[in-house]
Design a protein around this ligand. Structure first.
Ligand SMILES: Cc1cc2nc3c(=O)[nH]c(=O)nc-3n(C[C@H](O)[C@H](O)[C@H](O)COP(=O)(O)OP(=O)(O)OC[C@H]3O[C@@H](n4cnc5c(N)ncnc54)[C@H](O)[C@@H]3O)c2cc1C
Ligand SMILES: *[C@@H]1O[C@H](CO)[C@@H](O)[C@H](O)[C@H]1NC(C)=O
Ligand SMILES: *[C@@H]1O[C@H](CO)[C@@H](O)[C@H](O)[C@H]1NC(C)=O
Ligand SMILES: *[C@@H]1O[C@H](CO)[C@@H](O)[C@H](O)[C@H]1NC(C)=O
Ligand SMILES: *[C@@H]1O[C@H](CO)[C@@H](O)[C@H](O)[C@H]1NC(C)=O
Ligand SMILES: *[C@@H]1O[C@H](CO)[C@@H](O)[C@H](O)[C@H]1NC(C)=O
Ligand SMILES: *[C@@H]1O[C@H](CO)[C@@H](O)[C@H](O)[C@H]1NC(C)=O
Ligand SMILES: *[C@@H]1O[C@H](CO)[C@@H](O)[C@H](O)[C@H]1NC(C)=O
Ligand SMILES: *[C@@H]1O[C@H](CO)[C@@H](O)[C@H](O)[C@H]1NC(C)=O
Ligand SMILES: *[C@@H]1O[C@H](CO)[C@@H](O)[C@H](O)[C@H]1NC(C)=O
Ligand SMILES: *[C@@H]1O[C@H](CO)[C@@H](O)[C@H](O)[C@H]1NC(C)=O
Length: 589
């Protein structure tokens, strides 16, 4: 071989390594890019590359500094967390307890700040081109790549140790049109009114922009969750779902940076497999969505119904009332009711006194008749009234618009409260269960088996039925088919403190996974229904079945086609079974 060609040959080999390397390059290894190479990346993305340290670092260095005071003041502010390369929304995903690495604000006075799962570098991308450059760089250097939008992911999918982060917060364009024609479609195939949203737009920004045009999009109930990030790619549930379908049912087109760094369009006319997968297949898996186009709808008035139920703490009448409520839910949902409810079986009032409480908020879109809605609640209210130990409060009001609901009731203010430690579990329950004779009682007897710490809720999301159930004939997507049969997605959480050791955390996780989750699964059977992949356990056993059901094999094939080397990787995503939990090393089979 020509001696001059040899170095080139070695470089070519080094570049070829990623596809077969069992592990991603870690920051303490010789393969880690040199300062010079990071600078080259920085230039190619116009100076938007930053070295990252955990946000609480200033408090470890100097507790009395202005920087530390600012961090302390903003600690629970989701808007601030969304914008910080050195934070996500849930502290437990910033730490890496397996390695004793954390940088909790709460432990600044007695520990050292360690990087944990916080990315090492962040590319704060401003354009598709920046995303492409960052993907190519990660590929060339065999880096663990992370995509962070809002950082809300409950399964820790927007952080990873030793990673390069792509932070989408700088991409904020919103383009609203009256008739959207998908790329590659004949001109007469207009899909009607739509909005094209950049990857970094937040729900509150989207709602505000659409309000000025008197329009609405099916979106979530949060300020900072990103409508076109993990939310819509994971399916996206909404208080408007019963009315207009899942968020992903209303997606018309995605603009995607692929694993090779190419920019492609996915819609009903081109790259249809990708279009199918991006609607319910999950974020961080098939490509990086640079922008997405979703349907918009006319503003409409709505009726808001509010129901409170309470008993003395621990009174069994509470659980009978819960069975009554769940038995009434199919009729409420069939009438268009969608929303949320909280069961708080152990709510402390004053010392030695507690109450068992339930609160429900249901909205009925595109109606202004409270009498019609009250009539549907009547049988339930009568039943509840018949039990003297149960206190009931009910009211219904007309709201002038959906935006009124959003900005005054659902998400007033400008940030969600986050910053804590949170582990979630989820189960989808079917309408069939609740209309069956003993179904409501069986569900309630499962809920009753949980231990409720003071103030701990069990949360019901009434976000399906209606258009979600009607859509399978019209929408062919990767969304778990169980969603079409769902009436409620029930979620519960567990937490711990910053001092909880990894061994203690594992005990909580173990009980969560092997005792608590099976209680919910047993109601309809572990192989029936499923879980909502965006609000489920990070330790979900059989996640492929729980999150996608019969769609999994097709999703896995699409993953292999578009991203055979797994450059896009996150916990409990399609193809993640081939990697360790951190997505750092392939599992050699
Ligand atoms: C306060 C709160 C309220 C919520 N309300 C709802 C709700 O009403 N309905 C609902 O369905 N869910 C809701 N969720 C759950 C939410 O859907 C998930 O947390 C989801 O992961 C958020 O997506 P994100 O992109 O904003 O977050 P991130 O954590 O930034 O990203 C989530 C995942 O998507 C990936 N990702 C992000 N952007 C992209 C992109 N552009 N291309 C490819 N992959 C990407 C990330 O890598 C990560 O794996 C809520 C969560 C919270 C904390
Ligand atoms: C990237 O360039 C910008 C602008 O020159 C600079 O502020 C920043 O520190 C650079 N990032 C790195 C990691 O060197
Ligand atoms: C949250 O932080 C943002 C800045 O990141 C600020 O504009 C906003 O007012 C803060 N909200 C609250 C409730 O503190
Ligand atoms: C973490 O700390 C615990 C307790 O100090 C210790 O037993 C354990 O070996 C440490 N783990 C690692 C990976 O360093
Ligand atoms: C609201 O209901 C009316 C009457 O049924 C219907 O014509 C209209 O299309 C609905 N609006 C929306 C946005 O669905
Ligand atoms: C609460 O209960 C404890 C233990 O039974 C008792 O010591 C205490 O006085 C009670 N407090 C009140 C306010 O009743
Ligand atoms: C239930 O009781 C409340 C208050 O006691 C009363 O206002 C309401 O009319 C009753 N509703 C029904 C349907 O009986
Ligand atoms: C339910 O309880 C909450 C909290 O106490 C209260 O704000 C609300 O007005 C109650 N709803 C009704 C319908 O009375
Ligand atoms: C396991 O979960 C059950 C149900 O919530 C609870 O009753 C029990 O106390 C838990 N066990 C442990 C060890 O946490
Ligand atoms: C855990 O959650 C409960 C509410 O369920 C809350 O009261 C408590 O403060 C939380 N604990 C920690 C350590 O965050
Ligand atoms: C954690 O441990 C530290 C040091 O032992 C202590 O000061 C702090 O109060 C503890 N925090 C919690 C939430 O238990």
């Amino acid at each position: 071989m020509n001696r001059l060609l040899l170095p080139l040959f070695i470089i070519a080999k080094a570049v070829a390594v990623p596809s077969s390397a069992p592990c991603r390059c870690q920051s303490d290894e010789p393969c880690w890019p040199s300062t010079q190479q990071w600078t080259t990346l920085n230039h190619s993305i116009h100076g938007n590359l930053f070295k990252v340290q955990p946000v609480a670092m200033p408090c470890y260095e100097s507790p009395s500094s202005t920087a530390c005071r600012e961090v302390t003041a903003l600690w629970s502010n989701s808007s601030w967390r969304a914008a910080q390369p050195g934070a996500v929304q849930w502290e437990n995903w910033e730490a890496w307890p397996e390695q004793n690495e954390s940088c909790y604000l709460e432990s600044a006075s007695y520990m050292r700040c360690k990087q944990g799962r916080i990315s090492r570098y962040s590319a704060i991308v401003r354009s598709e081109h920046h995303i492409q450059e960052a993907v190519r760089f990660a590929r060339r250097h065999n880096l663990r790549l992370v995509i962070k939008n809002s950082g809300h992911d409950y399964l820790g999918r927007s952080t990873a140790p030793h990673s390069l982060q792509i932070l989408t917060k700088g991409m904020k364009r919103i383009h609203i049109v009256d008739n959207f024609v998908p790329e590659g479609a004949p001109y007469y195939k207009g899909q009607g009114p739509a909005a094209t949203l950049d990857a970094g737009v937040s729900l509150q920004e989207m709602y505000a922009a659409l309000a000025t045009r008197n329009r609405i999009v099916v979106g979530g109930s949060a300020h900072t969750v990103g409508p076109v990030g993990g939310y819509i790619q994971g399916g996206g549930h909404s208080f408007l779902g019963t009315w207009k379908g899942m968020a992903s049912d209303n997606a018309l087109e995605f603009s995607v940076v692929t694993a090779t760094g190419d920019l492609v369009t996915a819609n009903a006319y081109q790259n249809r497999d990708l279009f199918w997968a991006l609607r319910g297949g999950g974020g961080a898996t098939f490509g990086i969505v640079a922008k997405a186009t979703v349907r918009t709808f006319d503003e409409v008035p709505m009726v808001l119904a509010h129901l409170n139920i309470s008993t003395n703490g621990g009174d069994p009448a509470f659980w009978s009332a819960m069975a009554d409520f769940h038995a009434a839910l199919p009729a409420l949902n069939a009438a268009g009711g969608a929303g949320y409810y909280f069961m708080l079986p152990n709510l402390p009032l004053v010392e030695n006194q507690s109450t068992s409480a339930f609160t429900l908020m249901l909205v009925f879109a595109n109606t202004s008749s409270t009498t019609g809605i009250n009539r549907i609640f009547e049988p339930l209210l009568e039943r509840l009234n018949a039990t003297s130990s149960v206190t009931t409060q009910y009211a219904s009001i007309v709201l002038p618009s959906i935006h009124y609901l959003i900005s005054n009731i659902l998400i007033p203010g400008n940030a969600d409260i986050t910053g804590g430690i949170s582990l979630l579990g989820s189960r989808l329950f079917s309408r069939d269960l609740l209309v069956s004779k003993d179904g409501p009682a069986r569900l309630v007897s499962a809920l009753k088996q949980f231990r409720y710490d003071p103030g701990q809720p069990m949360i019901g999301h009434v976000v399906a039925g209606g258009a979600v159930a009607d859509n399978p004939g019209m929408v062919d997507s990767a969304l778990h088919p169980a969603w079409r049969r769902t009436i409620v997605h029930i979620a519960y959480g567990r937490n711990w403190s910053v001092n909880t050791t990894w061994a203690q955390q594992q005990a909580i996780i173990n009980n969560f996974t092997n005792v608590e989750l099976p209680i919910l699964q047993a109601v309809e059977g572990a192989h029936e229904m499923g879980a909502y992949l965006n609000e489920a356990s990070a330790y979900e056993p059989n996640f492929r079945e729980s999150f996608w059901g019969s769609n999994y094999p097709r999703l896995y094939k699409i993953k292999q086609k578009w991203d055979p080397t797994g450059i896009f990787m996150a916990r409990k995503t399609v193809g993640s079974e081939d990697w360790d939990d951190e997505g750092l090393c392939r599992i050699i089979k």
